[in-house]
Design a protein around this ligand. Structure first.
Ligand SMILES: O=C(O)C(=O)[C@@H](O)CO
Ligand SMILES: [Mg+2]
Length: 251
């Protein structure tokens, strides 16, 4: 099993290039981040080259304070597409393979039509760069009012767009809270999945705590033939370096 350190949550006490170095020193196989835009891309690229770790993905900007993405917001298409362009340009500079296209707080048919149109734009713009666009259902405790909440909804959108580079971000933490049935859902969704993340439920801590048996979940993912690094997107209760026991016990 290979693991990716999500630097939106891990080693947040240091600048992104140093967080990449810390992830390498701790034995991670890859890194991923949320919103790297305050850090010059060449600094990130240098840390990646130095450590040999790939950056798997990053997110589109969330928008104004209190917002959580722009792609499903009717009337905000220009900003949404600027956020997509910005994310793709940054991803290209650091060799990231995925961009998580964040939908935002919205509901209803207009939001869906807007999201689909912006996803079409994103998938078309990403394809020549070999980049995958990810959409991620978020749970209704952490992100109440977020447009995308279930893998069933995401699968319907992915099917209706029919773009080969539009995939599902399967975050076991959100999926367990909203839908459960993780094993069967992973089996069913596998062809649509572009990246997998995890954290304990309900606390969003390391995976060796909480209600989900990640020994079983990781074995399932391996049995299904998934070979990509799994994204450790949890909040350490103490310092990140003191939260990594699972990396040896669950590997
Ligand atoms: O919250 C998550 O889960 C994520 O993966 C973020 O990228 C989006 O908020
Ligand atoms: Mg996630």
């Amino acid at each position: 099993m290979r693991f990716s350190a999500n630097l939106g949550f891990l080693w947040t006490d240091r600048p992104l290039p140093d967080a990449i170095r810390a992830a390498a020193a701790a034995g991670f196989d890859a890194v991923e981040c949320h919103w790297p835009y305050d850090t010059p891309a060449p600094d990130v690229a240098r840390a990646l080259a130095e450590t040999g770790l790939p950056m798997l993905g990053l997110n589109t900007r969330r928008g104004a304070p209190g917002e959580n993405g722009l792609l499903a917001l009717k009337g905000r298409e220009e900003e949404a597409r600027a956020a997509i362009d910005e994310a793709l340009a940054y991803a290209a500079q650091i060799g990231a393979g995925c961009v998580h296209a964040m939908a935002g707080f919205a509901t209803g048919p207009e939001a869906e039509a807007t999201f689909l149109a912006n996803l079409r734009y994103a998938a078309d713009a990403a394809a020549p760069q070999g980049i995958t666009i990810l959409i991620e259902p978020l749970n209704h405790y952490d992100a109440p009012g977020y447009f995308l909440t279930t893998t069933t909804q995401a699968a319907r959108l992915i099917d209706s767009l029919g773009a080969p580079n539009l995939k599902l971000m399967f975050d076991c933490y959100h999926v367990q809270i909203m839908e459960g049935d993780l094993t069967r859902r992973l089996e069913r969704m596998l062809p649509k999945i572009g990246h997998i993340q995890f954290a304990s439920v309900p606390d969003r801590g390391p995976p060796d705590t909480g209600e989900v048996n990640f020994t079983h979940v990781f074995a399932t993912i391996e049995r299904l033939g998934w070979t990509g690094p799994l994204g450790a997107e949890y909040r350490p209760t103490a310092h990140t370096d003191d939260s990594l026991g699972w990396l040896t016990t669950l590997r």
